[in-house]
Design a binder for this molecule. Structure first.
Ligand code: SF4
Length: 351
């Protein structure tokens, strides 16, 4: 079996109390059965505290209670988890212990990513000289899980490797390479799934600045309609859409030129983000055949985060974190976005 992960994976260390945007906020964590059984044997007074801080969510699952600021009730004033601080890391539930590591298993292949919803994982990705993968192979020829089409998985493996090479080392700008990725995804999907080749997300390149800006504004408004984790996210998107609309064509070009001049690594940063998204999402097409929709997701994410960064230079990692929490970690928002990018009827006329 092959195991794969980004090469900066082992550099990750949780920032704990120094984290600028803790993962112990907003998410209602459902501990696994083993963790719940473990908590019943916690030393006093931690045991009583855990018991008080467990609640039942709308699905009837036992979860950690969030306080009025959306923080996990077990978070201490020093920004640490009471279970970890007072009892030890070994007693964290599976979700909290694993985050921000996300593992996908295919039987013959296991891949682990560091989600950029964590600010420290986003920083590592932002500062990486290049997005590279580390791989081990135990030599066992394990078959794919039942339900995983081996031919489709092999095609995804091959196509993704080529796309990562294209993004990292290919000729042209990031936008040209993203367009190439999109057309390859369409060709691959058309080849593999001939009956489902109608989709077309026109990804306007920067040489047509009016269309590129219109695309960003449309995406801002689209994302603002999704179910928000935090209410200030759609407010931010709507405000940025209005600011972008109000710019004259010359001011729009100036804003981009100033940003790119002040941040010479902007294209490498965006390339790293695109590679991360391709790595994390491409193979999920093995479940639903939607290769094109995932390529469009990568293009849309890069367009949105580039344009948000124009207004908040130097805050790229924080913006990636926001996007990831709002979109990548919300199955419904992710599915709705991919659908909207894949349905010609959902796209506005100018695009
Ligand atoms: S978001 Fe990341 S760095 Fe911050 S507390 Fe969570 S795991 Fe640690």
């Amino acid at each position: 079996m092959v195991e794969r992960r980004p090469d900066y994976y082992t550099s990750f260390h949780c920032l704990g109390g120094a984290c600028p945007d803790t993962c112990c906020r907003d998410w209602s964590v459902v501990p696994d059965e083993d963790a719940l059984a473990d908590y019943a044997a916690a030393p006093s007074p931690l045991r009583e505290r855990i018991s008080q801080d467990l609640a039942t969510d709308e699905d009837g699952d036992v979860c950690f209670r969030l306080d009025e600021q959306g923080l996990c009730a077990l978070l201490t004033p020093d920004g640490l988890c009471a279970i970890q601080r007072d009892w030890g890391e070994a007693h964290l539930c599976g979700h909290c212990a694993a985050y921000p590591r996300f593992t996908e298993e295919f039987g013959c292949l296991t891949e682990t990513a560091l989600a950029v919803s964590c600010p420290e994982a986003a920083r590592l990705l932002l500062e990486a000289p290049q997005f590279a993968l580390a791989e081990t192979d135990d030599g066992r020829n394990d078959p794919p899980f039942d339900g995983v089409d081996p031919d489709l998985l092999a095609a995804l493996e091959q196509s993704r490797a080529r796309i990562l090479t294209l993004l990292n080392d290919g000729e042209g700008t990031i936008w040209e390479k993203l367009r190439t990725m999109l057309s390859r995804a369409k060709a691959l999907e058309t080849f593999l799934i001939p009956s489902d080749c109608r989709r077309e997300y026109p990804f306007p390149p920067p040489p047509f600045p009016d269309l590129f800006r219109a695309s960003a504004i449309w995406l801002f408004n689209l994302l603002a309609e999704l179910d928000p984790l935090r209410p200030d996210w759609p407010e931010l998107l709507k405000a940025r859409a209005a600011q972008l609309s109000a710019l004259s064509p010359a001011d729009y070009l100036r804003l981009r030129a100033d940003y790119e001049r002040a941040n010479p690594r902007w294209e490498r940063q965006l390339t790293n983000l695109a590679c991360y998204l391709v790595f994390r999402h491409w193979h999920k097409a093995v479940n639903d055949d939607d290769i094109y929709g995932r390529a469009a997701l990568v293009c849309a994410a890069c367009t949105v985060l580039y344009h948000l960064s124009l207004f908040q230079p130097g805050e790229e990692a924080a913006l990636w974190t926001r996007f990831s929490r709002e979109i990548e970690h919300d199955e419904n928002n992710l599915a709705d976005l991919i659908w909207a990018l894949s349905e010609p009827d959902a796209l506005p006329d100018p695009l």
